[in-house]
Design a protein around this ligand. Structure first.
Ligand SMILES: [Fe+2]
Length: 183
C-alpha cells in the first residue's frame, strides 16, 4: 500500500477537514519518531495516516471505532502490524499494545491535539513561532485542551522517549507540514 493510496482512502471515508489534518499530523510525527528510533518510517507513517479512517463511519461509537478501521485498512492492503496498531489505539477493546508501533501510535495520537491547541492560542495562530517550552507548559495545565489526554501522551516513555523530547519532536514534525495543517 502506497502513501498516495492511503491518502485517497482517508479522503474517501472522511469529510471533516480537521480530522484529515489530525491524521496528517499523526503521520508526520510517526515518521519523525520512527526515524529517531530506527524503525520503519513508511510503515509508521501509514499507521498514523490511516488510524482514524473509521471515525465518521462509526459516528464516534467507541465500541466499534478502530475495529472497523482495522478491518478497512486490512482490506486496503495494509500490513498486519499497521492493522494491530490501529485496533489497539482505542483502549475500549482491551487489546494490549505489544509492539513499538502499537505504543507509538497510542501516545502520538493525542499529542497532535495539544500542539494544535497551543498554536491556536498564539496571536498569529501559527506553528512557526511556537516553542516547545510553551507546549510543555501547556501540557502541565490540566484545563488547557483537556481532550488531549496527558496520561496517554506521557506513555511516550513506553517507546523510550522522554516527555520533553517527545513534545519537541512532535512540534518539529508538525511545523514541517504547517501549510498542509493550515497552521
Ligand atoms: Fe486520532
Amino acid at each position: 500500500m502506497t502513501r498516495e493510496e492511503a491518502l485517497e482512502s482517508i479522503k474517501t471515508s472522511v469529510d471533516n477537514e480537521n480530522l484529515i489534518k489530525h491524521m496528517l499530523a499523526t503521520e508526520a510525527i510517526m515518521r519523525v519518531l520512527a526515524k529517531q528510533l530506527g524503525e520503519d518510517e513508511e510503515e509508521w507513517g501509514l499507521a498514523g495516516l490511516l488510524h482514524d479512517i473509521d471515525v465518521e463511519l462509526t459516528r464516534g461509537d467507541m465500541q466499534t471505532h478502530s475495529k472497523l478501521g482495522a478491518d478497512l485498512v486490512r482490506e486496503l492492503g495494509a500490513s498486519e502490524a499497521i492493522v494491530h496498531a490501529i485496533l489497539c489505539h482505542n483502549e475500549a477493546h482491551g487489546t494490549p499494545r505489544e509492539t513499538m508501533l502499537d505504543k507509538a501510535l497510542f501516545c502520538v495520537d493525542p499529542l497532535t491535539g495539544l500542539i494544535t491547541a497551543a498554536a491556536l492560542v498564539r496571536p498569529d495562530k501559527k506553528l512557526a513561532s511556537l516553542e516547545a517550552s510553551s507546549v510543555i507548559k501547556k501540557f502541565k495545565q490540566k484545563g488547557f485542551a483537556a481532550g488531549a489526554n496527558r496520561q496517554q501522551i506521557a506513555q511516550c516513555s513506553e517507546v523510550g522517549v522522554e516527555l520533553e523530547q517527545f513534545i519537541e519532536l512532535g512540534l518539529v514534525a508538525m511545523q514541517a507540514i504547517a501549510a498542509d495543517l493550515g497552521l
